[in-house]
Ligand binder design. Structure first.
Ligand code: GTP
Ligand code: SPV
Ligand code: MN
Length: 584
């Protein structure tokens, strides 16, 4: 492939001089290329073909068992000063990081092929899209990037002779956690990732570019890069309202973005624009407009079923790469929570024989599917729209077994930013570490902000003056539990439509609300619970606000305020003090 971009060619040459691959292959994104790389991956054991009658175009990848999730403790923001990265990020000085990781890259691709993967985050030709180039020695990464981004010729065409592209370098090395670093250099628009072959650590367009570098660029260029799904809600009269929602990793974005409303909502339809990331800017009409920078879904497999998420099941029926799921005797995939009886015998995610009742999980809790968005029956006609969609409501939600009610509307933008900023959530398998501990995860961005978190809140507050018609801001919690038995109080999934309906009615100013000391909640009878098989006592428990729990919550929030004291906006401290004073 002829490439006449001198800046790109010379950067690729210098990275090849460092890593010393046997071959450099420029990827064009064609179908022939996909076929050839897939064959190569199968021949080398990187991909296992699944039963092609049952899952055409689908393959299974088993990652190194030491490499199954994002590694937050090995992820660094390499800004010139530690203060720019802020106290919630790991920091390394740029020179030190280039030297340290450069040493690991030196000669690391000897005997291997370096693939040059040009890609675009955002619809091709969109003024809001960004070009990146990832150099990688992993065929698995190339094939994933081909699904997750607009990869190949189109990206090179969009870049033209420009020099403004993200420079990503990824080397698998020997996949050793001792030599694993994910380093971001926001000032250089550069990402260096070594020692991992998994997901967000290595698909550099996703968390690394679209969120960490993206958030840094967003502050500089007055826009927002967020860990948010984007969906459209179409009413029976044909009106479509767009909503963006931030939930932490493995807390329900993909499910919410693909939701099918319950029967009682005949004529209502949800359209998926994106399931993980939103880039949002003010449009000429003074509203906030969002694009999804991705073109595929890297979704959590466990829990996905025809009952919980039929659209996802259809999406992964073909042309999908599965990572760390279990394999059935007839060459199909399986994971915990899938429909039907649990199979008697399987091959588990590590390739070992597995028997029902063994007590072990057959699929890894963070096993995933990589599937093209075009497979999604609910894909929004605007998913590829270069202008994006106008956002009427923003929702923040965490995984909280207590305290946080089903839904709450903020009093105003600043209070909404406060709700997002102080969000807590129980940790999940999406990152390495202990699962189920409540931590502050501001706006679901704790692992993804590319600069100081207090400055990030300041940026959110400052955005208000740029949005004449701001979206209304809400907080939700699908995960509150019955203390008696630990069961979820709210059925969730499709029934979240009941909450979403109230949210969009509020956004349009069509329905009243009950004022509480903490925010606005639905008035009695305003949540449509038609045909919902749920006792009034459980609905009450899911929506209740208990001041004693909130006093504890405000205390926990204090840890975040203390940690970020150098840059925390005074406006948010004031919100907290006012709320605390109100509940006494
Ligand atoms: P990332 O891809 O890691 O960013 O995750 P995500 O936010 O897209 O989460 P996803 O939709 O994949 O859901 C993660 C887990 O939460 C799955 O096991 C789901 O079954 C479960 N889940 C999603 N929505 C709900 C809900 O409304 N209620 C309950 N109880 N569980 C849910
Ligand atoms: C997340 O953890 O939020 C994900 C998966 O979406 S990963 O791409 O691995 O970050
Ligand atoms: Mn995510």
């Amino acid at each position: 492939m002829a490439v006449d971009n001198p800046a790109l060619v010379s950067w690729v040459e210098s990275m090849a001089a460092l890593t010393k691959p046997d071959r450099v292959v420029w990827c064009d994104g064609s179908d022939e290329e996909r076929k050839a790389l897939t064959e190569l991956a199968v021949a080398s054991g990187v991909l296992l073909p699944l039963n092609q009658d049952k899952r055409p175009g689908c393959y299974l990848h088993r990652s190194n068992p030491n490499d199954v999730a994002r590694v937050e403790q090995l992820t660094f923001i390499c800004t010139p000063t530690r203060e720019e990265a802020g106290p919630t990020n790991n920091w390394m000085a740029p020179d030190e990081a280039y030297a340290k990781v450069g040493k690991l890259f030196d000669g690391s691709m000897k005997g291997r092929t370096m693939y040059v993967v040009p890609y675009v985050m955002g619809p091709l030709g969109s003024p809001y899209a960004k070009v990146g180039v990832e150099l990688t020695d992993s065929v698995y990464v190339v094939l994933n990037m081909r699904i997750m981004t607009r990869m190949g010729r189109g990206a090179l065409a969009m870049l033209g002779s420009g020099e403004d592209f993200n420079r990503g370098l990824h080397g698998t090395l020997d996949c050793n956690p001792e030599r694993r670093y994910i380093c971001h250099f926001p000032q250089d628009n550069t990402i260096w990732s070594v020692g991992s072959g998994y997901g967000g650590n290595v698909l550099l367009g996703k968390k690394c570019l679209a969120l960490r570098i993206g958030s840094y660029l967003g502050r500089r260029e007055h826009w927002l890069a967020e860990h948010m799904l984007i969906l459209g809600v179409e009413s029976p009269s044909g009106e479509t309202t767009y909503v963006a929602a931030a939930f932490p990793s493995a807390c329900g974005k993909t499910n919410f973005a693909m939701m099918i409303p319950p029967k009682a909502f005949a004529g209502w339809k949800i359209w998926t624009v994106g399931d993980d990331i939103a880039w949002m800017r003010t449009g000429p009409d003074g509203r906030l407009w969002a694009i999804n920078p991705e073109s595929g879904y890297f979704g959590v497999a466990p829990g996905t079923s025809n009952k919980s998420n039929p659209n996802a099941m259809t999406t992964v029926a073909r042309d999908t790469l599965f990572t760390n799921v279990a394999l059935t005797p007839d060459g199909d995939v399986w994971w915990e929570g899938m429909d039907g009886p649990v199979p008697e015998a399987l091959t588990d995610w590590q390739g070992r024989p597995w028997r029902k009742g063994s007590g072990e999980k057959a699929a890894h809790p963070n096993s995933r599917f990589t599937a093209p968005m075009r497979n999604n029956p609910a894909l929004s006609p605007h998913a590829d729209d270069p202008q994006g969609v106008p956002i009427s409501a923003i929702i923040f939600g965490g995984r909280r077994s207590t305290t946080v009610p089903l839904v709450l509307q903020s009093f105003n933008w600043t209070h909404g930013v406060y709700l997002g900023a102080t969000m807590g959530s129980e940790t999940t398998a999406a990152a390495v570490g202990k699962v189920g501990v409540v931590r502050r995860d501001p706006m679901a961005m704790l692992p993804f902000a590319g600069y100081d978190m207090g400055d990030y809140f300041n940026h959110w507050l400052a955005m208000q003056s740029r949005i004449a018609n701001p979206p209304k801001i809400f907080q939700v919690n699908w995960f509150r539990q019955d203390p008696a038995d630990g069961s979820f109080l709210w059925p969730g999934f499709g029934d979240n439509m009941r909450v979403l309906k109230w949210v969009i009615d509020r956004a349009h100013g069509r329905v009243g609300a009950q004022e509480t000391l903490l925010g606005w909640v639905p008035k009695a009878g305003h949540l449509d619970l038609t045909d919902l098989d749920l006792s009034p006592a459980r609905v009450d428990a899911a929506t209740a606000i208990h001041f004693d729990e909130w006093r504890e919550e405000f205390k926990l929030q204090g840890e975040l305020f203390d940690k970020l004291s150098a840059t925390m906006p005074e406006a948010l401290g004031l919100q907290r003090r006012m709320l605390m004073a109100r509940i006494g």
